[in-house]
Ligand binder design. Structure first.
Ligand code: SAH
Length: 377
């Protein structure tokens, strides 16, 4: 039996258990799946013919029915600070972005989960690109596969990428099934073997999907909060109108309390000058999060062309941070990395064949926002 090349099953994104079932349906032993997963994800081999511990017959059969296909690297840019950004071309012509951020003791890969984003957050450049579609599991895990091939392993470490954050383009919880399959491979010792604390899903707050994520896995959770009250969050993160802050915080409590989870939620808070960066906002935030085990990650706004916001002064950032710190919150100001190559938070745009008509909507939303002082409306 054979299928046309275009219809070959892409095995890259298939979790090991499912692959075992697939093998059994082909009349093969399930444990072959473990061998295949190791070849693909640990050794980086995509050509079945080279997988020498599989029988010749199986290799030939795989070649006829299946393939291991990766996105194509359309562009690779290296920042002065060591950050690497890739623009990856997908089979349908769309492009997404992936960013590698090296630090002394770790290498973090920031990956995309969708082509564009459907969520309209007013300060994010991905939102301006509009939305085309969800990524499949192979397009998500393919980002990790490629980064591991492209980044040399630093001395004293066994791998380049030690941490993965779903903080690239898209809303991971709007693409839950593919994200969960990709996470399965990230955590699988036969594939990437990352610990669940080193894989972080970041969400703007899709409450029902957050509960489903908690039922499926227990990786680390980051929540894009960005405002201490519903009136302001409705404007910055419009999905808040559907799932307001108290519902979101309850879902966070459920996520961290379930099972054997010990980690805290990380709340991301992008600081926008004159909008949400005042001491009164910090105080409101402290009251809001008083009884939620959490860390707070402050992200000074990264500008992009056409955005109506400005980054607060470093003094304003310090004042905000100190208020939270003094109140006992673990607070980190996220250092801007890779902004010389447009790789910083909120700067990832890819090439999205928009199907949402976003451009026009963004302009209306901006007109609706409180304008910071000294910034054009
Ligand atoms: N949709 C998910 C995943 C994207 S994560 C989420 O919202 O969490 C990207 C992070 O960068 C989010 O916290 C997002 O709010 C933040 N961000 C977006 N635009 C930004 C900008 N221009 N400057 C700084 N941070 C930004």
């Amino acid at each position: 039996m054979s299928v046309s090349p275009a219809n070959r099953l892409n095995l890259l994104g298939m979790p090991r258990q499912r692959l075992a079932g697939q093998f059994e349906s082909w009349g093969e032993r399930g444990f072959r799946a473990t061998q295949l997963v190791k070849w693909i994800h640990q050794r980086g081999v995509t050509d079945f013919a080279a997988m020498t511990d599989l029988s010749k017959t199986l290799r030939e059969q795989l070649g006829l029915l299946a393939a291991v296909e990766l996105p194509e690297i359309a562009l690779e840019r290296r920042s002065d600070d060591g950050t690497v950004k890739w623009v990856l071309r997908l089979a349908d012509g769309n492009a997404i972005e992936t960013v590698y951020i090296p630090e002394d003791d770790r290498g973090t890969l920031c990956i995309s989960s969708q082509v564009g984003c459907a969520l309209d957050c007013t300060f994010c450049s991905t939102a301006q690109q509009g939305f085309n579609r969800n990524l499949s599991a192979h397009e998500i895990i393919g980002q990790l596969w490629l980064a591991n091939q492209r980044v040399p392993v630093p001395e004293g470490r066994s791998r380049a990428v030690t941490n993965v954050v779903f903080m690239g383009m898209g809303e991971p919880l709007a693409n839950l099934d593919a994200v969960v399959d990709a996470i399965d491979l990230m955590l699988d010792d036969n594939a990437y073997g990352l610990s669940k604390r080193r894989v972080t899903v970041s969400t703007s707050g899709l409450v029902p999907a957050l509960d489903r994520l908690g039922a499926a896995t227990d990786v680390a959770l980051a929540v894009s909060l960005h405002a201490p009250n519903d009136a302001l969050r409705n404007r910055l993160v419009p999905i808040n109108r559907k799932y307001p802050i108290h519902e979101l915080l309850n879902a966070c409590r459920r996520y961290t309390r379930d099972g054997a989870r010990h980690h805290r939620v990380t709340f991301e808070y992008v600081l926008l000058a004159g909008i949400n960066d005042q001491p009164r906002h910090a105080r409101e935030l402290m009251a809001l999060l008083r009884d939620v085990p959490c860390k707070i990650n402050l992200i000074p706004f990264n500008p992009f062309p056409g955005s109506p916001f400005v980054r607060p002064s470093s003094n304003a950032v310090r004042v905000f941070e100190k208020l939270l710190d003094d109140a006992g919150f673990v607070t980190i100001v996220r250092r801007t990395r890779g902004d010389d190559i447009d790789a910083a938070c909120g700067q990832l745009v890819g090439e999205v064949a928009d199907r949402s008509g976003r451009g026009a909507r963004m302009i209306r939303l901006h007109a609706d926002l409180p304008q910071p002082m000294g910034v054009r409306a």
